[in-house]
Design a protein around this ligand. Sequence first.
Ligand code: FES
Ligand code: FES
Length: 173
Amino acid sequence: MDAELTLTVDGRRRTVTVDTRTTLLDALRERLDVTSPKKGCDHGQCGTCTVLLDGRRHLTCLALAVAHDGAEIVTAAGLGEDGALHPVQQAFLDHDGLQCGYCTPGQVCSAVGALDEAARGCPSHVTPDLGEDVEARTLSDEEIRERMSGNLCRCGAYAGILAAVRESAEAQA
Ligand code: FES
Ligand code: FES
């Protein structure tokens, strides 16, 4: 069974007809030619398919496209404005937070989402005191590692990724 859905992807409104079993990742990559989110495991284990879906980070390989008709999606390719890199992307470059780059679009989207979660005061599994306000700019390395733990990097660029997210967190007001 097919269904028509409309998505706004990186600011562009797109309409596509998909089999109702199609994942959001496959709808983006195979039907809409949006290849910034990557397919790694296709099982929700690696994070490389992460996008911002209606403002929150989301694994597109675990989402059915039809469940998100009308959604607004921002991929790593759509994060920057006016041709400039998003500050988190710049931090990844400045800190060598990548090697082959395959995981990087997912890492960057996840970092943007994680910092927004912290800015909204969301605790993580390792937040020591749930009674204290969480602030993005004071996240410990342990907090950053935990909040980014859904994004794997087979190249092992974790030291640079941590430094990039830490710098981005410290830059948050
Ligand atoms: S491809 Fe989605 S989590 Fe790995
Ligand atoms: S930079 Fe190669 S998998 Fe992360």
